[in-house]
Design a protein around this ligand. Structure first.
Ligand code: MN
Ligand code: MN
Length: 462
């Protein structure tokens, strides 16, 4: 054997994905990214993502799931869990006892929520008190335009939708930061406290209500606007979900326009690519296919709408019961691609990664056999056999993919929904798009990697 033969036969091909794709494939990736950016702009909260995806699903003939109904091959159904999580399914030709092919992502992203009693006035300015959600670097959220999204349930149970800051003509909001001239003490704080949790106060007004007698006139004026525009009272904030997110739209990044920058790509990039793979199905698949978009992943997958909730298990049990089989029979035969983003190698912060095992931008979708921290703690570690199957599936379909883990050993780490699905006796592995600046207000992904992830899900749907 020659060295050249050993090189080609033994070692993995480590070329940049853009050099392994045809011009047509790259053009297809660029076109896909246009749809994806629109999805990001329309889906800045989990609730909006559910709404956007249901519109797309209904356009393609999906109907609400009815427990007890016996579904036939080709049927398209969806389960809307409290407008926070969504399951879409296409029933396959094979009996349900042969299992489901599940793609599981999450549609919640790190953000800032309003407190229950948010409105106050100080120094003739009106502000909202907030409580951040998920793992954010708080200083990243100051001094930038922010929008307000969500719902308010009034005392009479009527519901009002709120979305301020997205239309070009809308006002925006912001968290103020200290000028450098007076920040000597602030700059001595540790980075986690440069902006403290209780300093994430949202600036919402400054002009006083015209009344000589009243106090807190700026707050009074905001109250007047809230009553007039939304017909709400202070108590209605108690039954509201109001989320503060970046006000800007998703954009191309780079002179070569090769990347997408935008808010909430963790993990709406995997939600969108997996949903599209399901929505784009024209033939009836062999296995029953499901795309699940969970809520609450960023705070531990808790609650009725998180992956630790029972909604997925209950839906499978209901579907199985209609065919006279046990839900666990279906689950034990099922396979899952746990779809979540990976931390892309960043040359500016390269030392947190083992570069031989880190995902690179433009090298394709990332397969992670395990995640976790401190000795794989909290990880789903897929079996060699399942990894072997996934590897073959991707290679057979010509999908651009790479392997990775989350940072150097003992550098930190994290988890996904994978472990909670695997607990149901489902073979599960992590897959997703590499991201730069993950959890920042402006996250960056590559169009080639987004498309490769879509192609991976499409291959799983065959
Ligand atoms: Mn994620
Ligand atoms: Mn995350």
């Amino acid at each position: 054997m020659t060295a050249e033969e050993i090189k080609s036969k033994f070692f993995m091909d480590k070329k940049n994905g853009a050099l392994r794709m045809t011009d047509e494939e790259i053009a297809a990736a660029d076109a896909f990214a246009e749809d994806y950016k629109l999805f990001l702009d329309d889906s800045k909260t989990e609730r909006e993502a559910v709404g956007t995806l249901i519109v797309l699903a209904e356009q393609r003939g999906f109907v609400p799931f009815e427990p007890g109904k016996k579904y036939q091959p080709g049927d398209r159904i969806y389960l809307n869990n409290r407008n926070h999580a969504l399951i879409m399914a296409v029933v396959g030709k094979a009996p349900l006892s042969e299992g489901i092919n599940l793609m599981a992502s999450h549609i919640d992203s790190p953000r800032i929520d309003l407190k229950q009693v948010p409105l106050y006035e100080d120094c003739d300015l009106a502000l909202f008190k907030t409580h951040y959600y998920g793992g954010i670097k708080k200083y990243q959220w100051a001094a930038m335009p922010l929008s307000l999204h969500g719902v308010i349930v009034r005392a009479d149970q009527s519901k009002v939708n709120v979305c301020i800051g997205e239309d070009e003509s809308d006002p925006v909001f912001c968290v103020t930061d200290l000028l450098p001239h007076l920040a000597a003490d602030q700059m001595k704080r540790s980075a986690g406290e440069i902006i403290k949790g209780e300093e994430l106060n949202l600036l919402i007004g400054s002009r006083p209500f015209r009344d000589d007698e009243a106090s807190d006139k700026v707050k009074m004026n905001i109250a007047a606007i809230l009553m007039e525009k939304y017909n709400i009272t202070e108590a209605d904030f108690l039954s509201a979900e109001l989320e503060i997110v970046p006000a800007f739209k998703a954009k191309d990044v780079g002179l070569d326009r090769s990347m997408v920058g935008g808010y909430g790509q963790d993990d709406r990039v995997c939600a969108y690519t997996s949903a599209r793979a399901l929505l784009d199905l024209t033939d009836t698949p062999e296995k029953t296919m499901m795309a699940l978009m969970a809520d609450k992943e960023e705070i531990g997958s808790v609650g009725a709408t998180g992956m630790l909730g029972a909604f997925f298990k209950y839906m499978v049990e209901d579907m199985a019961a209609a065919h006279g089989i046990a839900g666990r029979t279906v689950l034990s035969a099922s396979k899952c691609l746990s779809a979540d983003v990976s931390a892309a190698m960043d040359p500016t912060f390269a030392d947190v990664h083992d570069k031989r095992n880190a995902p690179f931008i433009n090298y394709g979708t990332t397969i992670m056999k395990f995640t976790g921290s401190r000795g794989k703690g909290g990880s789903n570690d897929a079996t060699a056999e399942f990894m072997g199957k996934v590897r073959k599936m991707l290679d057979d379909a010509g999908v651009l993919w790479q392997t990775a883990e989350l940072g150097k050993v003992d550098q930190g780490g994290g988890g996904t929904v994978a472990a909670y699905i695997a607990e149901l006796d489902v073979d599960t592995i992590d897959i997703g798009v590499p991201v730069l600046s993950m959890h920042a207000p402006f996250e960056v992904t590559s169009k080639i990697d987004i498309y490769a992830t879509y192609k991976a899900f499409a291959a799983f749907n065959k």
